[in-house]
Design a protein around this ligand. Structure first.
Ligand SMILES: NC(=O)c1ccc[n+]([C@@H]2O[C@H](COP(=O)([O-])OP(=O)(O)OC[C@H]3O[C@@H](n4cnc5c(N)ncnc54)[C@H](OP(=O)(O)O)[C@@H]3O)[C@@H](O)[C@H]2O)c1
Length: 285
């Protein structure tokens, strides 16, 4: 396989997918927004159909969960409609496509872990748009991977870890939500799995996150402990934290299917966090 098209290569996940592909000797196409604008069907068709690409890893998305509540049309256009156009191109070219989706397709009311067979019921616009993207991919393609992940962090990204480290410099106390449970996911680990997937034909819908589960409060606690930052953090409930979009309380995704299909699971999120902080220079070994 060559000329693997990675959308969203300026983003957290896309940038690591490109790195992982190059590391394994594949050539990539990593257009930026002005070369491949997801708001334009013509641009998508012209770019992809003339690209000679042999697989697509579709990482680009509208990811501002709160803002999406006020920009529904734009969010649907980027996450659902553009995904439909990309899937149609993959169909014409007869090439595999990976679509990255989210834990936010669920409402979070289940007791226990969500499997790939559980009923979806998004509770915010972003989740709705990502689920619509999943449905297009499933309707249009046979050779697809839909990979639902959660709480993504990348070394150069705008993510929860960076927010915590920044806030700790300006505050003596922080209040962090303790009743939403999920799995932080390191793009370096997820990218390895996505490229492993591309090297097989085990198409389908998968859940993929780092191992282990925590609340945002537990995640923050571990960040500060590892980075040796002394700060008072207070556990609060979601209803004490004002946010525009509702978020699922339970975002625990079961990864049993990954193991069943012979894929190597991702490391525990605490190991991923350690690697992140070491690379960032905040954890000495
Ligand atoms: N972040 C999370 O916690 C999380 C959780 C679950 C699932 N996911 C999914 O994981 C995937 C990767 O997320 P991420 O955190 O890596 O995203 P990200 O860092 O926010 O990057 C989004 C990427 O999409 C591109 N993009 C946005 N609108 C575009 C448009 N109209 N045309 C072309 N490109 C556009 C951005 O380009 P610019 O740099 O030009 O803006 C950027 O490269 C997404 O599918 C997301 O839905 C993310």
């Amino acid at each position: 396989m060559n000329n693997i098209l990675v959308t969203g290569s300026t983003g957290q996940l896309g940038s690591d997918v490109v790195k992982e592909l190059l590391k394994r000797g594949y050539s990539t196409l990593s257009p930026n927004r002005s070369e491949l604008n997801l708001c334009s069907e013509d641009n998508i068709r012209n770019y992809i159909l003339n690209s000679n690409c042999e697989a697509i890893v579709h990482c680009a998305a509208y990811t501002q969960v709160d803002k999406a509540e006020d920009e529904k049309d734009l969010c649907i256009k980027i996450n659902a409609t553009a995904t439909k156009h990309i899937a149609k191109c993959a169909k014409i070219l007869d090439i595999p496509m990976i679509y990255i989706s989210t834990d936010y397709v669920f409402d979070g009311t289940k007791d226990g872990k969500y499997t790939e067979n559980d009923e979806t019921n998004p509770i915010n616009i972003y989740g709705e748009s990502k689920l619509a993207g999943e449905k297009y991919v499933q309707e249009i393609l046979d050779k697809y991977y839909i990979v639902r992940t959660s709480w993504v962090f990348n070394i150069n990204g705008k993510n929860f870890i960076e927010t915590m480290l920044r806030l700790s410099k300006a505050n003596n106390q922080l209040s962090i939500v303790n009743d939403q449970i999920g799995s932080p996911t390191y793009t370096k680990d997820l990218s390895r799995l996505l490229v492993d997937m591309l090297e097989t034909s085990k198409y389908g819908l998968y859940h993929a996150t780092n191992e282990g589960y925590c609340s945002w409060y537990e995640f923050a606690n571990t960040i500060f402990k590892l980075a040796n930052i002394n700060i008072d953090i207070k556990a609060i409930n979601s209803n004490e934290y004002a946010s525009r979009a509702k978020r699922p309380m339970n975002s625990k995704l079961s990864k049993d299917k990954l193991i069943e299909y012979g894929f190597k699971p991702l490391p525990h999120w605490e190991d991923a966090l350690k690697d992140y902080l070491i690379r960032r220079g905040d954890l000495l070994i």
